[in-house]
Design a protein. Structure first.
Lengths: 370, 370, 370, 370
């Protein structure tokens, strides 16, 4: 069974009500970075705006942005901080089209009526059956490898373990990774592992705490800071066996956002949080599948800027978001913060990555259910 | 690399102090089920008792029991409730031999000195590297399949997922399971899945909640109650595709301990908690490896009655206990309750079982690190 | 503001459809402990059964039972295992009355329509605001103290801490506790604390691990086993400062259900899981408020046997269930297992109990929001 | 009982070995922001450096910094990124003084020998008794109010609940807060609650989800962005009932560090992660007690830059760090990342803050144990 893109059901804008609804109202930005009152804020769903009597789909989108009309022809979703004097901002908060704004929540599926008054096990937790989710994810990633843009959001735990690190490198080398969003710690401990076999001073295979191991990441960071980029550092020291190296070799873009937890930082880390957001959004703008592993900060940041759809060659297709963490609270938080369309796996990301690699790359696994 | 049993280092009872230490003191049980004051209570470690001037190793052991001397020749670890009038109980609470009781904590390894005053990551958590633990477990289970007694302690979550259930069945069929300790719920939902494809009314592959699904386990239980045993029920209805069936076919003993959460119960479930303990201990007495998956109640109960060693053909060998749960608290609790020698995996048991099955049975996985 | 019982809205059985619906169908039990096929199983909601053309409310109820009609006049909810030969069991699985069975899910509140298509924070978690839940609980308990039956389900953690233990004793002494459901460990560590100031060998105030502390609970249990009841033990040794003593003094019934984790057990602990269920149900039959603290086993067991309503002096009133645990998974599990009407608090039960005591008994707290 | 500062036990530098050990070695910084090889990195403990034959205590300190000697007289702990050309950096990694560097781990207490070979409950978890920790914290804060510098690190959950927010405001107004370190979200939802009674659109008392509530924080942020500072915004709109207002009124400094999760940001939020670190360190340099509530990012960042001691008026005193979170993993992570001297509370921060306020401010609580 192969993955097929679900068909997108456009709203029927020929319905009389849509013909009668007014065009959007636009108000001018009078102060840089400040929206006019009653601005419309975007959701994660496809949104249509009536401009010059035509309903136009906003794309690329993201939630919690305002919408700016350019030349009364084009629309752009803009963060508050990016608003310029004179920008014309869409006003209005109804969602049904009556303000010229229509939020389309059922583009990819009809609402499912849940009729049972008494049922067990309605949430998603460690006890949820993940077999089909894995199977569907395997198929999706095979499809996305060729036709999509797979964006990974990685917490440092990915490089704390030998097998998961190896598996991640293998996924990069085999085309399943199109961009990585992470922080200083992921890169630091990844390179620490490559050079010294440890993460935070602990051997990533044997779990041994190495003498003076608390120097390891500081030494790596300090060495790297002699260079103007991680690429140079990696090439100069001939480093291998690491996610960062695999990305360099395979031309996979990596955004490293700085944070207040950082030592160093490494060269290439973006110090300004909002410049980092802009850099991350260059990828979520293109992302068709997003996998968030073991990081609340980067996952929620990415979730905030990832819409539930993309328009690619005039076709509207869904964006799939996966959140993987050992804690129900962590995976549910993404949903609590507005990223409603997420599929969560409650498990250790070590097992998760290794599973993907074995199935997609090693390809030698006969699923037990075949 | 093959697994090798670690050599057991006996205490050197030729040391003068051991020659000088007295024989144990014994006091008579005067009331059924009640020990004399100052009774010695067992730990999980090898314990030696001086009887007739010889130091005798207690075996089989378990923690929190009293020790009864039979004919001044043999020793038996007995739960308080099993004490009989006239039983001669070992008295004394020093551990160094001076009461005739020696607790030997370093039989299998010397105490490791940790010299670092400042180090990161000292505990075990979701961020621990599990690669080597998996590798060592694979080797151990290959060894134990032939030479040991592998006891599994299973929570119902094992049968809530299609793949993990299949994997468990495969491990049984291929010789990696010598006994199962579980409760009514495991068996009920296992059989529910076999007959109706659900667990608590939810499809174990598609996650769909089936209409009237809350009847599923009740119907299965009610049907089974017509029979005097699960074996009869399974054979009469020709049930397959389940852990319970695999156990019946392969003559693997299953102890089902009743609990106050049970519906039913199924035939064969042991209603009395202490009779159930006795039945469980028949297996922990022989167990050389214990794997506890996704159940606090049964894991701690089993941990309580599993010593850190067994004596098999006069050879003292360690018992390995593994605790697998998605919650640090759950896996650590086993240690907090005295089962000090446990190796914990913080992950979803679905992935854990599937990993074991793929490596041990499918055998087709080239480890990424080879 | 005082707590007022919500009005119960009976179904309107004068509606033509209810007049037309048939009386229930009854089938005979042919084998002890086994229900006829297609038996009706109870939910937690009020259920009406048409007998002799009258719609009769089942009370007391509990979920996952079958319903037996006595003399075609009275109804009784019975666990499968209690079915007797000749019992006449209600057959049918529709819920709308068409089988003579009507499940009334909206007796106390209308279904709330949730109209927002895009909203944050829809679940209950550590981040939920608990201020009003506390306020409502304080009022409820004041009311229930006089007019209800407050049943507490306690895990051993309650007696691991000095303040929470003191607070619980105070709540008992001041009338806020009408019954306690617990296990052997609660009583053992409660008495250990009373006599030796520790729980599992650790000082419950200073956290110090006492030398040979692992003997503490065994010594207490062993001493108690000389007596035929905990009452005798307590009075003979003149024990005070404990939950068990406060219950003895105030004639508060305590059900101690045995489990496979138990050491001992203490006198009075019920060894048979299903006898224990029967003893527990004596209290859930009367319970109007149930508070479940820090025990999954006993909480889910109690939830299973607690209906969402009681009939007291011909008035139908709701039963309130509260589940308190530091883990979202634990509090949500109660709901996942069918106890839908639970209010969960994600916090440490130590703080929870102390809060109740300070507000209800000390009464000296000016709430910060007053 | 009043809190008393523990006496600091200086190393005895008159011991012959200390007289013989050499002065420190210093190497020049040759590239901005890069340390020479074999640089010494600081720990959280008091560290002495031999300069001109005198052992000098490094103060203020923090971990993972390099040490720069100024004029061969004074020492400064510097982050890698702050190193200037020509800075003279301490070289050497032994800790016993033999490189002229002595790390003093036992200044405030001798190492406690743990002699028990078999004991229960050795970690800290939800089951730890917190009564004495609370009592000691109450006393400590009374002391610190007058004599210390109490720094709070707050996650947004603090303002998600009505009572905890009120309690925090009360603690500020009554002198128990000397600085707050937080992020954009804390301030945004705090002000959202003050103006609109919600947090992320949910009523902070009733838990109701308000229609169009997802606009609430965006509207507040957008309004605030018209002003050049939060102070102006608060004063112009006459906002009250909030942590930010209480800080403005009471001249309590607040550092708001930007992150990639931010909407907005609010005026005053520091966009650059490392500028934010510098601003935070201004407070940890003075902090004598640090309380970290419900935020992993800010807690670990703060932990990294907080030493275990301060020198105030030539007296060396310990710094107390408290970490409060409902998750064992979260509170333990601070320790795993090197902040070894932390006292953790596993509970909901709502209860924790309310407890402090009631005891310290309301003062009307008779502790149940009095």
């Amino acid at each position: 069974m192969k993955f097929k893109l679900p068909l997108y059901k456009k709203p029927d804008f020929h319905l009389p009500k849509f013909l009668e609804y007014p065009n959007i109202t636009l108000h001018r930005v009078e102060k840089i970075g400040v929206a006019p009152d009653y601005f419309h804020a975007t959701t994660i769903f496809p949104e249509y705006y009536k401009l010059n009597n035509r309903w136009i789909l906003l794309a690329p989108s993201r939630m919690d942005c305002v919408v700016v009309a350019l030349d009364n022809e084009q629309l752009e979703a803009k963060e508050l901080r990016r608003l310029q004097l004179g920008d014309m901002v869409v006003i209005g908060r109804s969602k049904d089209g009556s303000d010229g704004i229509y939020i389309h929540t059922k583009g990819f599926r009809d609402d499912v009526a849940t009729s049972e008054t008494f049922a067990f096990r309605t949430g998603r937790s460690r006890e949820t059956s993940y077999s089909r989710d894995y199977d569907q994810l395997y198929e999706l990633l095979e499809f996305e490898k060729e036709s999509g843009y797979i964006t990974w959001v990685l917490g440092p735990a990915v490089v704390f373990d030998y097998d998961s690190k190896k598996a991640m490198i293998s996924l990069i080398e085999n085309g399943y990774v199109h961009a990585i969003l992470a922080g200083n710690a992921l890169a630091a401990h990844d390179l620490e592992g490559a050079v010294l076999k440890t993460a935070l001073g602990q051997d990533i295979y044997t779990q041994e705490s190495i003498a003076d191991g608390h120097y390891h990441h500081l030494d790596i960071i300090n060495k790297a800071r002699r260079f103007s980029s991680l690429e140079e550092f990696i090439s100069d020291l001939n480093i291998d066996d690491s996610i960062m190296c695999a990305c360099v070799k395979n031309n996979i873009p990596v955004v490293l956002a700085g944070s207040i937890r950082d030592d160093g930082p490494l060269p290439g880390v973006i110090a300004d949080a909002y410049t980092a957001q802009d850099a991350m959004r260059q990828h979520t703008k293109k992302a068709t599948t997003v996998l968030c592993l073991a990081t609340q900060l980067h996952s929620i940041a990415t979730g905030n800027m990832t819409p539930s759809y993309q328009v690619i060659n005039d076709i509207v297709r869904p964006v799939s978001i996966f959140s993987v963490d050992v804690s129900e609270f962590a995976v549910n938080k993404l949903r609590d913060r507005g990223t409603l369309e997420v599929t969560s796996f409650v498990t250790n990301i070590q097992d998760f990555i290794v599973n993907l690699q074995r199935k997609l790359v090693d390809g030698k696994i006969n699923r037990t259910c075949d």
